[in-house]
Design a protein around this ligand. Structure first.
Ligand code: NDP
Length: 295
């Protein structure tokens, strides 16, 4: 199948590697050198513009920071729409917002384009392994067409409802991730300050009811070791929690816990900057407590 992939970022690039193995792939990236380097290494071609990438494609996949970034690539003489053939499948793997997803789907529908918001979960490791969870919002018929394409990098591919449902699911997932990071950081900082060795505290937590994905899979290799690898920008997590808060507003719910998580992520982003990794929020907790969670 002829597939166009736009957005070779931290998670987009390993997703595109899987597509290059199965499909006739064309890649586009805002920083063109990144797309050229990718094409030199993998079986695919680099396009100079979104229009060129879209031309001749049967499937278009985008993976950019925000829905607004994707929407900004649609129009104009070099935009995606200028190259679109009728009947194309448009899969937006951005962790986006439901309202913009619905607006893009409605904009593309008169051209016979089937749109799905299809954000992913599983991190850069999951993208490399091809084991991502894909959360799809689309018409059922679009989902059936999308599934075999998404299987290139996804292990669990779930249809959650109409356009926007995938983005909503992903935002709530990441809001809960943020809550877990913040809470685990606070709890562990208190334990270390009280004299409990950090590694022992994490081990006991992971055999008890307070454990989470964060305490089991993120804190041991990244925080206890002091490795702090960069895999997912805090700015993107902050964006996701903000989308979840938008969902609370839309549905008329108070949601004090998620709103506080959003405020804390926002403050951490302002303090640590646009390139900080999401787990570095724990560094702020450490700094405030005057301890390090290592061991
Ligand atoms: P990165 O910040 O690593 O990469 C972003 C990509 O988007 C780059 O290719 C960048 O191009 C491009 N880009 C940024 N702004 C624009 C713009 N205005 N127009 C066109 N291209 C643009 O992000 P990730 O790859 O980490 O994340 C992409 C999406 O996937 C986000 O929605 C994120 O929330 C989600 N996600 C990320 C995960 C992760 O572990 N990293 C996990 C699950 C979901 P350039 O090279 O020019 O900067």
């Amino acid at each position: 199948m002829r597939v166009a992939f736009l957005g070779l970022g931290a998670i987009g690039a390993p997703m595109a590697v899987h597509l290059a193995r199965r499909h006739e792939l064309v890649v586009w990236n805002r920083t063109a050198a990144r797309a050229r380097a990718f094409a030199a290494e993998h079986r695919c071609r680099a396009a100079a513009t979104p229009r060129e990438a879209a031309t001749g494609a049967e499937v278009i996949i985008t993976c950019l920071p925000t829905s607004a970034d994707v929407e900004s690539l649609l129009g104009g003489p070099d935009g995606i729409e200028a190259g679109l053939a009728p009947g194309v499948l448009f899969l937006d793997c951005t962790s986006g917002d439901p309202a913009t997803s619905r607006r893009m789907a409605a904009r593309l529908a008169p051209r016979g384009v089937g749109f799905a918001d299809a954000p992913v979960s599983g991190g850069t490791n999951g993208a490399e392994a091809g084991t991502l969870t894909v959360m799809v919002g689309s018409e059922p018929v679009v989902f059936e067409r999308a599934r075999p394409v998404l299987e290139a990098f996804g292990q669990r591919i779930e249809h959650l409802g109409p356009v926007g449902a995938g983005a909503a699911m992903k935002a709530v997932n990441n809001a809960l991730l943020a809550v877990n990071i913040l809470a685990a950081g606070e709890g562990l900082a208190a334990l270390v300050k009280a004299g409990v060795p950090a590694r022992k505290a994490v081990e006991v937590l992971n055999q008890s009811s307070g454990r989470s994905f964060v305490s089991e899979s993120l804190i041991p290799p990244r925080v206890l070791t002091g490795a702090w690898p960069k895999s997912f920008r805090l700015a993107l997590l902050d964006k996701d929690v903000g989308i979840a808060v938008g969902l609370l507003d839309e549905t008329g719910l108070g949601g004090p816990v998620l709103r506080l998580a959003s405020e804390l992520c926002h403050a951490a982003r302002a303090e640590l900057g646009e390139q900080a990794d999401y787990l570095e929020t724990i560094r702020l907790v450490e700094r405030e407590a005057g301890v390090e969670i290592r061991g």
